[in-house]
Design a protein around this ligand. Sequence first.
Ligand SMILES: C[S@@+](CC[C@H](N)C(=O)[O-])C[C@H]1O[C@@H](n2cnc3c(N)ncnc32)[C@H](O)[C@@H]1O
Length: 233
Amino acid sequence: MAGVSVTEEFDYEDNPDRFRVNQEVVNRYGLVGDVHDEVAARVAKEALWPLLDMGCGEGRLGQAVDEAGPMVATDLARTLLLQARPPRVCSDMTRLPVPEGSLGSAAALWCLYHVGSPIEAIREAHRVLRPGGLFATCAPSIDNDPELAHCFPPPKPSPFDSEFGGELVKEVFGNVEADHWDTPAVTLPDAEAVALFLKGRGKSADEASELTKQVEMPVTLTKRGALFWAYKR
Ligand SMILES: C[S@@+](CC[C@H](N)C(=O)[O-])C[C@H]1O[C@@H](n2cnc3c(N)ncnc32)[C@H](O)[C@@H]1O
C-alpha cells in the first residue's frame, strides 16, 4: 500500500481471513479475556467520550463499549472496517481526519506494531485528544508464545513491542502507566487447534500440518505483553 504507514507484515486488506483465524483461536481456546473490556470500562468510568478506535479491525472495542458512549472506528483495511459498527472512517492512523483536541479518548489496540513509524500514530492520538484525554495501546512481547517458538524463525523486534512501546508513549505524552502480563492464556488441545494457530501466524496449510507433528499436545501458550495508558496534559 503506497503512501501509507504500514510494515511489510500488513496483510489485513488482502487477507482478512488471517486476522479472523487469530480471533477464532483466542475465542475458542483462550483462558483469559482480551484488553477490550478493560479499555471500554475505564473510558466509561472516567466518561472520556467521544472515543476513537484507531486500527479497529472488525470493531471488538466497539462491541465492548456497546451503547455506553459515542465513538468512531477507523482502520486502513476497508474489508475489516465494514464489519465495525458505524460511524467508521477508512484512514491511516498516522493521518487522522479528526480535528485537534476534539476527543476524550483514543485507543490503538493490537496495531501499532503494523505501523512503519508508530510514534507518528501516537503523536496523532495526542493531537486529537483534548487536555485530560486518555490514550490506550497494547502490544505483545517479542517473547510471546515461547512454547511454539521452534515453529518460527527467531523473532525480530517489531516497531512496537511491549518491551519498549511504553517509552514511545512516554516520549509523546510525558507520562505512561504500564500493565504487563506474563501468563498461561491459551490452551491448544489437539492438532486441529495447533494448525489453526499456525495458520493465523502466516503458515500455509501444508506447513502447519507438518509443524504440528513437532508439537506435544495439549500445549498451553504463555502470553506476554503490555497495555499502556497515558493522559494528555
Ligand atoms: C491485529 S488487528 C487489531 C484490530 C483491533 N484493534 C482489535 O483489537 O481487534 C490490527 C489492525 O490495525 C490495522 N492497521 C494497521 N496499520 C494501520 C494504519 N497505518 N492505519 C490504520 N489501521 C491500521 C489493520 O488493518 C488491522 O485492522
